[in-house]
Ligand binder design. Sequence first.
Ligand code: PFF
Length: 444
Amino acid sequence: MAGQEHEQWASRVGFLLAAIGSAAGLGNIWRFSYVAGENGGAPFLIIYALCILFIGLPIVIAEISIGRNARGDAVLAFRHARPDRAWYLTGGMAVIGCFFILGFYGVIAGWSLKYFVSALSGHLWITDNYSTYFSGYIAQPIEPVIWQAIMMALTVIVVAGGIQKGIEAANRFLMPVLGLILVFLAGYSLTLDGASQGLAFLFAPDWSAFTRPSVYIAAIGQAFFSLGIGMAIFLTYGGYLARGHSIPRAAAIIVAGDTLLALCAGLAIFPAVFSFGLNPAEGPELAFITLPGLFQLMPAGKWLAILFFGLLVGAALTSMFSILEVPVAYFIRRTGLSRRTVTVALGIIIFSVGVPASLGYSVLKSASIGSRNILEFYDYAISNFLLPLGGIATALFTGWGWGKAKALEESDFHDSTIGKIWLFCLRFIGPIFIALAFFSVSFF
Ligand code: PFF
């Protein structure tokens, strides 16, 4: 067996921090805030919570169980579980999918780093029109690609360091810092005048929104993106997990951590947005146009901007490690090359896959797909097709393909009632709801 089989997390806490770090990323801050804003806040939040509980959590448990059972990468794990069937294609799709996810993710991570450094140097305050600032910045062909390359290089350095010395060590440092920053920002935002309007937006349900299919689709897509399920990420991290720790408990902590961090981000952003009379439904630009404008208006805004964009960079990085680890684990086994060589090579290839998404705002501006530019197309295809497809395959495999007894045993549920509920969610609830969302996206 190849080298990666011998790697293991140094501790359970290390695994949990890395897994929460993986789940909590740009999806919790950048994407959650604008998707919640566009979908009316509270109703979206309720459906989102249900999706997390009945679809997301069961799939996280399934992924970790499949990975731990095989102690191997995405493809090996499915092959190990069912050598006689083609389920390994699910793993193959995940390995390929991660090239596109990380490619596109790296572009937005690069924007975040640029804003962080500009907040630190003061360059961010040379304007009071962030709409032109942002569109002017992304319309340059070279600079955004350089920041994207720096984020990819940082990811490569950490992942090349291995599971314990690279990924686990980085998460042990970054995650507590990120948690503290987020709690501080949420606390600060809640003390502002007018914060209650932001709270009402997030928590006061408007029942009519429950009749809008688009809110359900947005909630499922966001649950998938935010947890990062369907792409064998938890499966790969689970491959380094020792037996003896309860998987359902670990998964519950990871999912609760991810949801809590998204909520905290909402609490940091919406009260402040409302208290300064800004529009919460700005779309993907919320973090890069609305928020800098907001920081400029706030008394201690320059410091808050450093914290916020630092948070965005750190959260992006801890997710980038895990997305890169999926193909890295696979190719180390397949090629027999060293972790360092494989990581550097994949880093360069994935960076190249992301470059067109960045150039879609400048030299490749005319290359739109439908009404979307290249980056928007990546985001759309990943959230609405790739992740749900991977999620459905993982749920169906665990619910139907793996064998009931094996699935219950490997997930540590054994004979419990809750284990049966878990399987029911994987067999029916997840696939049916994902398929419904899937088709409504395709047809409407
Ligand atoms: N879950 C992480 C986030 O919310 O940013 C990272 C992520 C993984 C995003 C996989 C998207 C994805 F497809």
